[in-house]
Design a protein around this ligand. Structure first.
Ligand code: SF4
Length: 733
């Protein structure tokens, strides 16, 4: 029996897996069965030694082998005509089209749109290609839709995109506050750890969510907050901490700046708690209970997820949360502080190599010194001069013809972006679209001029970084399907054919080595940076293949295998002054949307129905990996709009009725496309809200998915779209 370790492909918890093969071979390379043989040849379990899950898995993770093979699998490069071509011809065509487009319209007419599903090695090469050699920063990622508000907030507060804590803090905390996070469904293994901590440590769980979710039902205190009121709540909390003499003045004095800017508006809110209760929709007694609990315990951990991030005030709200923990001196301390729950398995790895259009590799920005360092390291003529277009902006630029060639990898923007049918139309009209995918029939893959067969989970090898900064080796164990290739290899082929040097990587280990060596160089020049892989910069291929899960910063090879680390423990931050920054909310005056229960008339009440989108327990993204697994499909077999029975009566609709869901946004209104779902009544959803999962698309349903009804309004700082608070109107189908 051969046994080796890998990682789950689905979410940012980053669970470790033990994969067993019924042969006597002990290397994954020797196994190489075809995808069709996988379910008979292998078994899979949680890796008991992995610091994310210690052997646990959720329903999706347990069924990973069932996701192989797909009903349709892309095996060869092909053109939109359906003609199969070889890799040489496909990459030559892409190289020629990119050269032609750049020469005619300039470097910013070409774009890459990436994914938190890519491995770090893929992401690194994509960014080197785009920002270094194409000299465009128009390379963004679907992580923009996921956690970019948390990234922007951490950069503003800490000076760098660094999650200070680790999962072990869940077991050490006296109080865990989950805000905008249905962790029981979206990060199930972490929720198992939270429930275990509740039992063993008597930890108190507070859940802040408008919906009485599966997570909220397990809470000691559920605050059913009005949508959009989180910023007021945490600003008011800061005022309450000050009013009740609970601050940590010596920490504030020694390790922070900007406290004076934030405390006055905060105390304005805390001065009138009944008004704050009304504004947030939280009963006064529960509001006071929460504030007192937060103020009275020394180990309070606040973890936020998409309910905070996917908001047009998500960055300010995250900073308001961080402000509270800074004021208590709780950043980087055991069992306390702020934690960002990441959606995708390698969102953090992508950020490490500059996966967002707003940063360069190794957590660098676009200052002359940083650009110079990168230019010299990569040996290119120059790097992109400034930030590029972020996800929504990028597809707007495709729609208006500014971007004329785009390469999309491992993601499905024709479904996942707001106003999704506009995105699909933009891609259909775009002169040149390349899509790297595992299957040929996603809504986006169908729009490709060139479709490239990418290696998926079980085939590809590389690294991912999870929400707590742990780098884990993902190991391939099946033969490539047809001619599928790693994404870093495909990009390198195109780059080389465009005449660029520096893309002759021998394998994924060579890519990782260059990435780690860049990090070492950056940290020599900018010693305040916390993202540091210097200890991994000289790994041999054998050491890389055998790499144990390791949390960064890794300043020395002796730290390989380290777990449970925290950053900023000494109160030294990555800002120019080495002090953390209190950030005043620019959007403090944005009013939360409050349901007026006294309104009369159907139209008046229907007009405040807000659509909230999110995950179902058993599905993944746009279902392209999980939609064909019968046991996962069983719990939600069709698109559902979950709605409060009172609202249904107000609207004159009935349970199980099929309804059209239309946004009030003008862009969406101009389209003939619409979203449809079957109504399901549920009193756990508040009267002014309706919930629909994000997973459905035309690939699995007859109409567009939920994002057709979501407008493309974004947070002004992070440029992350708001997916949780969309005014909609319903009508019978
Ligand atoms: Fe995979 Fe996330 Fe489930 Fe862990 S919690 S098994 S990483 S989907």
């Amino acid at each position: 029996m051969a046994v080796f370790q890998s990682s789950c492909a689905y979410c940012g918890v980053g669970c470790g897996l033990t994969i067993n093969h019924g042969s006597s071979s002990n290397t994954s390379q020797d196994m190489s069965p075809q995808l069709d043989e996988v379910q008979n040849s292998f078994t899979l379990a949680g890796d008991e030694s992995h610091p994310a899950n210690f052997g646990r898995l959720c329903a999706k993770g347990e069924r990973l082998l069932e996701s192989l093979p797909q009903p349709t699998t892309l095996r060869y490069p092909r053109l939109s005509s359906g003609k199969v071509v070889d890799w040489d011809d496909a990459t030559q065509l892409i190289a020629e089209k990119f050269i032609e487009t750049r020469e005619k319209y300039g470097p910013n007419s070409v774009a890459l749109y990436l994914s938190g599903q890519l491995l770090t090695e893929d992401y690194y090469v994509a960014n080197k290609f785009a920002k270094g050699y194409l000299q465009t920063a128009n390379v963004d990622t679907n992580s923009r839709l996921c956690m970019s508000s948390a990234v922007s907030a951490m950069q503003r507060s800490f000076g760098e995109d660094v999650v200070p804590g680790c999962y072990e803090d869940l077991e050490q905390a006296e109080v865990i506050v989950l805000i905008g996070a249905n962790t029981a469904w979206t990060h199930p293994v972490l929720f198992q750890r939270i429930l275990a901590a509740k039992k063993t440590n008597n930890c108190q769980l507070v859940v802040i969510d408008p919906i009485n979710t599966a997570t909220a039902k397990q809470a000691d205190l559920h605050l059913a907050i009005n949508p959009g009121a989180d910023l007021s709540l945490f600003s008011g909390l800061l005022g309450y901490l000050a009013d009740n003499d609970k601050l940590n003045p010596s920490y504030i004095e020694a390790h922070t700046e900007g406290f004076d800017k934030v405390i006055k508006p905060a105390q304005k809110l805390s001065a009138n708690l009944p008004l704050l209760a009304k504004r947030t929709g939280i009963k006064l007694a529960l509001l006071e209970q929460f504030f007192e609990l937060f103020a009275s315990k020394s180990k309070v951990l606040t973890a936020s997820c998409q309910g905070v991030n996917q908001s047009i005030i998500g960055t300010d709200c995250t900073n308001a949360i961080i402000n509270c923990h800074l004021a208590l001196g709780q950043i980087g301390q055991v069992g306390s502080g702020f934690f960002s729950l990441t959606g995708q398995p390698n969102a953090m790895g992508g950020r490490e190599v500059g996966g967002l259009a707003t940063q360069l590799a190794s957590h660098m920005g676009f200052s002359p010194q940083e650009r110079q360092l990168l230019t010299a390291f990569w040996g290119c003529d120059d790097v992109a001069k400034d930030k590029g277009l972020t996800a929504v902006e990028m597809f707007d630029a495709v729609a208006d013809g500014t971007i004329k060639a785009i390469w999309i990898m491992a993601t499905n923007p024709a479904v996942s972006l707001p106003n999704s049918d506009k995105v699909a139309k933009a891609l259909a009209d775009c002169p040149f679209v390349v899509v790297s995918e595992v299957i040929p029939d996603t809504d986006t893959a169908k729009l490709a001029d060139v479709l490239l067969p990418a290696q998926g989970w079980s085939e590809k090898c590389g690294t991912v970084t999870n929400s707590e900064r742990t780098i884990t080796r993902q190991r391939g164990f099946t033969a490539p399907k047809g001619q599928s290739k790693p994404d870093w290899w495909a990009i390198s082929q195109v780059a080389t054919k465009m005449g660029f040097s520096g893309f002759d990587f021998e394998d994924n280990a060579a890519v990782f080595k260059e990435h780690a060596q860049l990090s070492a160089k950056v940290c020599q020049t900018f010693p305040q940076k916390k993202f540091n892989l210097a200890g991994l910069a000289n790994l041999s291929k054998a050491q890389y293949d055998a790499l144990l899960p390791t949390q960064w910063p890794v300043t020395d090879a002796k730290q390989i295998g380290q777990q449970h680390t925290r950053v900023f423990t000494d109160g030294e931050f990555a800002t120019p002054s080495a002090k953390a920054q209190f950030v005043a909310a620019e959007s403090i005056d944005v009013e939360p949307i409050v349901y007026d229960s006294n309104a009369t008339g159907l139209m008046a009440q229907a007009s405040v129905l807000l659509l909230n989108s999110g995950r179902s327990r058993d599905q993944w993204h746009t279902m392209t990996r999980t939609g064909h697994i019968a046991s996962l499909r069983a719990s939600v077999p069709e698109p559902l709009l979950v709605i409060n029975p009172t609202q249904l009566t107000i609207l004159g609709l009935y349970d199980s009725q099929l309804v059209k869901i239309k946004s009030a946004s003008s862009a969406a209104e101009s389209s003939n496309a619409f979203t449809a779902a079957r109504v399901k009544i549920d009193a756990d959803v508040p009267v002014n809200l309706a919930f629909m999962s994000m997973h459905w698309s035309k690939q699995f349903s007859l109409t567009s998915g939920v994002n057709q009804a979501i407008s493309a309004e974004v947070d002004p700082v992070s440029k992350q779209p708001g997916f949780k608070c969309q005014p909609v109107a319903l009508s019978p189908l």
